[in-house]
Design a protein around this ligand. Structure first.
Ligand code: FES
Length: 99
């Protein structure tokens, strides 16, 4: 594979960067995710994590089935406190209960 091929499109990480990380001692997809940010883009690794596992397998001689996939966490985004305070009905907190 060409060294400058982009493996993680979301974070612009190349094949060469991943191979160098593995040769530097990172041997799990979680470690590579934490250092190179692969899998932390908008697709959350759906595109790149299996390819990265194959690269690790190729470089370490480990069967790809034994390469642990990274933990998936839902993406978070900031929520304005006013949205939380308004609650489901769009009223201030405590305003949507029945008396
Ligand atoms: S391609 Fe790697 S996180 Fe989307």
């Amino acid at each position: 594979m060409n060294d400058d091929v982009i493996i993680c499109r979301c974070e612009d990480v190349t094949y060469d960067e991943i191979v160098r990380a593995v040769r530097d001692g990172l041997t799990t997809t979680e470690e590579i995710k934490r250092i190179l940010r692969c899998g932390m883009g908008p697709c959350q690794g759906r595109t790149c994590s299996r390819i990265i596992a194959r690269i690790i397998a190729q470089e370490t001689g480990t069967p790809v089935a034994e390469i642990e996939q990274p933990r998936v966490r839902p993406p978070t985004r900031p929520v304005e406190i006013g949205v939380l305070a308004r609650g489901r009905n769009g009223t201030e907190a405590g305003g949507d209960h029945e008396d």
